[in-house]
Unconditional design. Sequence first.
Length: 99
Amino acid sequence: MMKPCLEVVSYRLKQDVSAETFMRYVNILQEALSGRTGFIKREVFFNAESGVWVEIAEWESHEAAKQCEAKIMQEPFMAEAMGLIDEATIQMHFVKQVI
């Protein structure tokens, strides 16, 4: 049995962007991912004290995650969402389950 791959992304929003404004895009992306090949689930966390957002998406494989990412990033809403994120703070990791 193949073990899943997690996509772990952390970032902060640009200084003038509220969490409430950004949540619109969090929800749009959640809907866009549903039903995509290889997608299992996604959880989003926010630390109001530090302003750090963490997204954890579970995929059947790293390849499925990368294929979906290529398609999703072409969606107009993603350009809008990425415009709200402080790009210098983005950290992205793909990790495979080992146990």
